[in-house]
Design a protein around this ligand. Structure first.
Ligand code: NAD
Length: 367
């Protein structure tokens, strides 16, 4: 049976880096003997343009994705659509509804810095001689962003605003299983981040994490308070393997991780739904960055975040781990050989500046 995916290139650099990533996917499928059945659909500004500003998420895009094992997403948005009503703007009108429609409750964002790119990280290089590779697993559909009640009230002329942080045990269990399974496929170390010294939701989080840990005896788990985690992340990022945390903490920590990684153009992300009977999850895979309108159309964007999104898709939704490992290794080899797109180029150590296609070709050759 072929794996079925929908491809949603979107706007800006999305289609440019997607073309290269699909070539890598095709090469991997030929080399590792699996079939991909894929169809391309409109999303974001491209969909607004095609539907006379009716919707950034056409029905056909959702229906095709419902029949797929995964969505490979580019990026959406740009100045052209910024003045449209908020509900139909590309990010709010396409990205968030897709996450909701497919129940994508787990966000996986690797924060990694290859040894050859440590100079691009704002962390002192002597602290990370071999780079680092952390996976942040963030709960995406619960917590304070969605808890009720939330709102504003007038208390005798003194306005009061409130949000509610709420978690069900089942929600915590679901995200912890995702994190433990991810740790099993890596170095088997999991750090659970909470604020159990202050928050009731965090006390439940920590209790639940300790219970779920019993199902994964091979994984070593420790706990960190979120304020300490934020500090340790810049002090010893290379000591972490997988980090799991709730929605608000994960929002902040995963951006801190992206920053210390050095380049947005290197970072993929995955948003996963519930595991199916075969243990794999439906997921949406996309670069961590946006549509980069400042460089779109010039053929100079870094395609690696999109290529590593393909690798995450193969790993978490399609079960093609060997192919995913090979893509990761080919990316590392291109970087080790000194090739750099503009976002990474410093001109030192014999680096060679390349464009989107050249970087893609180097990765394809190694594959
Ligand atoms: P951005 O991530 O698009 O760009 C920030 C900076 O990073 C820019 O200088 C850009 O050139 C650079 N950059 C990003 N990806 C790169 C790559 N692959 N190669 C080289 N350089 C890269 O963020 P922004 O400028 O704040 O947003 C631009 C548009 O993207 C906005 O419309 C925003 O709403 C949208 N956006 C979309 C998503 C998404 O689709 N998931 C996420 C974030 C922002």
């Amino acid at each position: 049976m072929p794996h079925t995916i929908t491809v949603l290139p979107g706007d800006g650099i999305g289609p440019e880096v997607m073309d290269v990533a699909l070539e890598v996917l095709d090469a991997a499928s030929a080399k590792f003997n699996f079939e991909i059945s894929r169809s391309t659909h409109l999303v974001g500004g491209a969909a607004l343009d095609a539907t006379n500003n009716e919707t950034p998420l056409p029905k056909q895009t959702i229906e095709a994705s419902e029949k797929a094992d995964a969505i490979l997403f580019g990026s959406v948005g740009g100045p052209k659509w910024e003045n449209l009503p908020p509900d139909i703007q590309p990010e709010r009108g396409a990205l968030l509804p897709l996450r909701k429609h497919f129940g994508l409750f787990a966000n996986l964002r690797p924060g990694s810095c290859l040894p050859a790119l440590t100079h691009a990280s704002p962390v002192k290089n002597e602290l990370i001689p071999n780079g680092f590779d952390v996976l942040c697993v963030r709960e995406l559909t619960g917590g304070i962003y969605f808890g009720e009640p939330k709102g504003r009230e007038d208390h005798n002329g003194d306005p009061v605003a409130f949000d509610t942080m709420v978690y069900k045990k089942s929600e915590i269990e679901n995200i912890l299983h995702v994190a433990f399974k991810a740790a099993m496929g890596r170095d088997k170390k999991l750090t659970s981040v909470d604020k159990a010294n202050v928050l009731a939701t965090s006390v439940l989080w920590r209790e639940t994490a300790n219970e779920i840990a019993a199902h994964y005896p091979e994984v070593t788990m420790d706990h960190l308070y979120v304020d300490n985690a934020a500090m340790q992340m810049v002090k010893r990022p290379d000591s972490f393997d997988v980090l799991v945390t709730e929605n608000l903490f994960g929002d902040i920590l995963s951006d801190e991780m992206a920053m210390i990684s050095g380049s947005l153009g290197m970072l993929p992300s995955a948003s996963l739904g519930e595991a199916k009977d075969n243990g794999l999850n439906f997921g949406m895979y996309e670069p961590s960055g946006g549509s980069a309108p400042d460089i779109a159309g010039q053929g100079i964007a870094n395609p690696i975040a999109q290529i590593l999104s393909v690798s995450m898709m193969l790993r978490y939704s399609l079960g093609e781990t060997t192919a995913a490992d090979a893509i990761d290794a080919a990316v590392q080899s291109a970087i080790d050989s000194g090739l750099r797109t503009g976002d990474l180029f410093t001109g030192i150590n014999g680096e060679k500046k390349v464009n989107t296609t050249e970087m893609g070709n180097a990765i394809l050759e190694t594959l």
